[in-house]
Design a protein around this ligand. Structure first.
Ligand SMILES: Nc1ncnc2c1ncn2[C@@H]1O[C@H](COP(=O)(O)OP(=O)(O)OP(=O)(O)O)[C@@H](O)[C@H]1O
Length: 843
């Protein structure tokens, strides 16, 4: 019977346990892939697919990548959603008896990348999801910093998808048997990979971390996440930070499409390089500052005290120009400490990382000194700067240490006496070799004689073929190798010295490796303190960025009210900087009597810009930043919903109109009186009457049942008469001047409705054929003579709000399958639902 070669048997043995990963199998200076893996990888990475003789009749498909370039290839595969299992040689091939031992040292997966990260300013997350029948518990982790959180979300496909998209989760881990319906929902999001993991006993070393999580389902999710990390990373993850328990109500809620519509962190058209709020505000000097800023933007605050706290710090820096500039200079010198220490803890740091850590640490006391007299930064006054560690690392390394930690040459002279001794032995040896070369030249009279070195023969004397006759027996040369035009010899003296040199070299490399491991261990003992310092630096960086942009652009500090929203001369932060003509500022006033503004006016008149501007000002205010306005008073909003523009449909398979209605429903079903709703031309995706009817019914529902502050732009002029039946509805319009059929946009928002629509005038700006414009003008006149009127039911609209919160309890009861619950889970469910019901009734 045919049989695979021993090596191929070894490969297949490993592959058996990693069916869902591409196995990168180390063979000398290459990582090779075989069989299906080779076909996939050659396709995805443009590699040549070859074959290998493996003992059986057919050659086995194979492709490979050189080991030194492997990171880039893994990056590309993981980006595409693949997992890569790296199989290393576990012993020195030169010393191995028989087949070299090999094993998987790590599995790189889409949600756990560390060394293979593309972009230092963004973060990639992994989430473990546990289904407890009436909800999901999630544990989310960012491997490159060790940050972890746990949270609960409703057991609902849309909510799960939203959570994954909003948090840039690239991979979810579930237990075998996870509800197929939800798996399909996750598969619809092509950017999220799904992995399965069994629940195992967690190692003792991680138990203290687990104890931080008191909630049963969350702890289960956290445990599942740990299990998966242990299984894939195959090493102790010292860098995992204390778990943060997150509650969706602790931040201003936005759904994913709102984050997209407002272009908070990604531009709407993914191809375009246009500015997002993040890129605009990001004056951070370090990547960790940028990442923190992004987090602030995606999770604005709802707690007034926390907002004021940030405002105070930003204000301090705005007022103290010199401190701010000094801070900038110092922050400029720091490195991405968060990821540096994660690499140290994880064990993948090199000498360059440690050197950067030292440089960063040495800035800390200077940064703190800047805030000696600033009461708003008092919290940091007693922070431990890890001075002893800074000293320990100071001057430890040579100026430009090597990337590899395996070849020595990292530590500076004076770091270790022993190392210095080995090194001087090496150096002496090398000087001896040079001297010996001269000596041999002199005694043989061969001017071209040289002493060389290679790995196979060690040191040798090389003499050209022509001169070989001059080599006399009495010199004691032993011929070792004959080349085409040279002879190579060794002498016993040379070999003796060689031994000493190589010995010293080997010993010094071994010592350096030991010293380095030791140093990492020492740094690890400072871990919690270092994580605190990194967070402080990232915070400082964000404070710097926001204060600098606020000061440069004349932003004001928002004041918080109970209900009234008043923005005087507000501006769109980004447009005011990039627009070629002068930006026209606009005010806004809303309160209980003015809850809904219907905005009319021509296309291109500035309606969308006005709405976005309001949303951005509110958002900036709730991250603690100052805002582009002359004055701003506002309540704290709990949620923002938008339906703006035709956004790309991420959740595939929905028509524009369906997306529009889904987003409208998100707002109508979740908004409260403390929310902000922006509806831009809702209903335009269907026939005029349908659209107008839906728009009117939505406005009425918001006015009567929700009471959220709402900006509603529309081209249905008929809707402007709603202010008669609904006193909370007010009309505003964007001003235009018309002169002989030509319009000039004033971009000023004024009270009252637009006198008419200007579609045909705007079309003229687009240079449509005159014949079309004329015909349209005639048709318009005809239509207008048969004007539509808005149906108003007896002046007062009566509507009943859909029960939202109690309904939630009923929905959960309905969805749960009692046969799937353990007695403890059932008890927990009763307690949870009862609690939820109480809260719903209180609200
Ligand atoms: N306040 C302003 N100051 C200066 N320019 C502005 C202002 N508002 C809008 N603009 C300019 O007008 C353009 C069109 O604005 P916007 O998209 O808000 O119009 P719109 O009324 O929503 O149009 P449509 O109904 O076609 O969507 C913007 O891209 C911007 O260049």
């Amino acid at each position: 019977m045919e049989q695979y070669t021993p090596m191929m048997q070894q490969y297949l043995e490993v592959k058996k346990n990693y069916q869902d990963a591409l196995v990168f199998y180390r063979l000398g200076d290459f990582y090779e892939m075989f069989f299906e893996d080779a076909k996939i990888a050659s396709c995805e990475l443009d590699l040549v697919l070859t074959g290998r003789n493996a003992g059986v009749k057919d050659r086995v498909p194979m492709c490979g990548v050189p080991f030194h370039a492997v990171t880039g290839y893994i990056q590309r595969l993981v980006q595409k959603g693949y997992k890569v299992a790296i199989v290393e040689q576990m012993e020195d091939p030169a010393l191995a008896k028989g087949l070299v031992k090999r094993d998987v040292i790590k599995v790189v997966t889409p949600g756990t990348v560390i060394d293979e990260l593309f972009d230092e300013r963004s973060s990639i997350y992994l989430a473990a999801v546990v289904d407890y029948q009436y909800g999901f518990a999630l544990s989310i982790c960012e491997m490159s910093t060790g940050e972890t959180t746990v949270t609960h979300i409703p057991r609902n496909i849309l909510h799960l998808q939203q959570t994954l998209l909003k948090n840039n989760i690239r991979e979810i881990v579930v237990k075998e048997g996870f509800d197929e319906k939800f798996i399909r929902g996750v598969r619809d999001l092509s950017a999220v990979a799904i992995s399965y993991c069994a629940e195992d006993q967690i190692g003792e070393e991680y138990l203290p971390l687990c104890e931080e999580v008191s909630d049963g389902a969350q702890r289960e999710a956290y445990g599942l996440m740990l299990n998966y990390l242990i299984e894939t990373q195959k090493r102790m993850m010292h860098h995992l930070q204390t778990v943060e328990i997150e509650n969706e109500n602790d931040v201003l809620y936005m759904d994913f499409s709102t984050q997209q519509n407002l272009e908070l962190v990604v531009p709407l058209r993914t191809q375009s390089k246009s500015e997002t709020l993040w890129s605009f505000l990001d004056r951070c000097q370090s990547a960790m500052g940028s990442r923190l800023l992004k987090k602030w933007i995606e999770r604005p605050l709802v707690d007034k005290k926390k907002i004021l706290f940030r405002q105070d710090r930003i204000e301090y820096l705005m007022k103290n120009y010199l401190v701010r500039e000094d801070l900038k200079d110092k922050l400029n010198q720091i490195y991405d400490m968060e990821r540096l220490i994660a690499r140290v803890a994880y064990g993948s740091a090199n000498a360059i990382d440690c050197q950067r850590l030292q440089k960063t640490l040495s800035q800390v006391p200077e940064i703190l000194a800047l805030f000696q007299d600033a009461p708003v930064f008092q919290e940091y006054r007693d922070i431990d700067c890890c001075l002893s560690l800074t000293e320990l690392l100071d001057g430890a390394f040579v100026e430009n240490p090597p990337v590899s930690v395996k070849e020595g040459g990292m530590f500076a002279e004076g770091f270790s006496e022993q190392l210095d001794e080995y090194r001087s032995a090496q150096k002496e040896g090398k000087t001896w070799i040079l001297q010996q070369e001269n000596y041999e030249r002199e005694r043989t009279g061969i001017k071209t004689l040289k002493i060389g070195y290679n790995r196979v023969f060690g040191y040798y004397i090389e003499v050209s073929k022509g001169a070989a006759a001059q080599v006399k027996e009495e010199y004691g040369y032993v011929r070792k190798q004959t080349l085409t035009n040279a002879e190579r010899y060794i002498t016993s003296e040379l070999k003796e010295k060689e031994d000493a040199i190589l010995h010293a070299e080997e010993r010094s490399i071994r010592l350096e490796t030991e010293l380095f491991a030791n140093l990492l261990e020492q740094i690890r003992s400072y871990l919690p303190k270092l994580q605190k310092l990194a967070l402080m630096l990232a915070n400082m960086d964000v404070y710097y960025a926001l204060s600098s942009i606020s000061a440069d652009n004349g932003y004001v500090r928002p004041l918080f009210t109970e209900d009234e929203l008043k923005i005087e001369e507000g501006r769109h932060p980004i447009l005011e900087k990039i627009s070629t003509n002068r930006y026209v500022s606009n005010s806004l006033a809303m309160d209980k009597e003015n809850q809904i503004l219907i905005i009319t006016g021509p296309n291109m008149g500035g309606k969308s810009t006005y709405m976005r501007q309001v949303a951005l000002i509110i958002l900036m205010a709730q991250i603690g930043c100052f805002v582009p306005a002359k004055k701003c008073e506002m309540p704290i909003f709990d949620k923002i919903f938008t339906r703006i523009g035709a956004s790309d449909d991420i959740l595939s398979g929905q028509s524009t109109f369906m997306v529009e209605m889904t987003e409208a429903n998100n707002a109508l079903s979740q908004a409260t009186e403390h929310s902000l709703i922006l509806f831009d031309e809702i209903g335009r995706g269907t026939s005029t009457y349908d659209g107008m009817a839906l728009a009117q019914a939505m406005i009425e529902y918001i006015a009567v049942c929700i009471h959220a502050k709402t900006l509603f732009s529309t081209h249905y002029h008929e809707l402007t008469s709603l202010d008669e039946s609904l006193p909370v509805v007010k009309n505003v319009h964007v001003e235009v001047h018309e002169d002989n059929g030509h319009v000039t946009f004033m971009y000023r928002v004024k009270k009252g409705k637009a006198d008419r629509s200007y579609g045909i005038n705007v079309a003229r700006l687009a240079q449509l054929p005159e014949a079309v414009l004329e015909r349209a003008g005639d048709l318009l006149a005809e239509y207008e003579s048969k004007k539509r009127v808005v149906q108003q039911s007896l002046g007062i609209v009566e509507m009943v709000k859909a029960p939202v919160k109690e309904q939630g309890v009923l929905d959960k009861l309905e969805m749960v399958d009692p046969n799937q619950l353990s007695p403890i889970q059932a008890l927990q469910m009763i307690m949870d639902l009862q609690q939820e019901l109480k809260e719903a009734q209180k609200a």
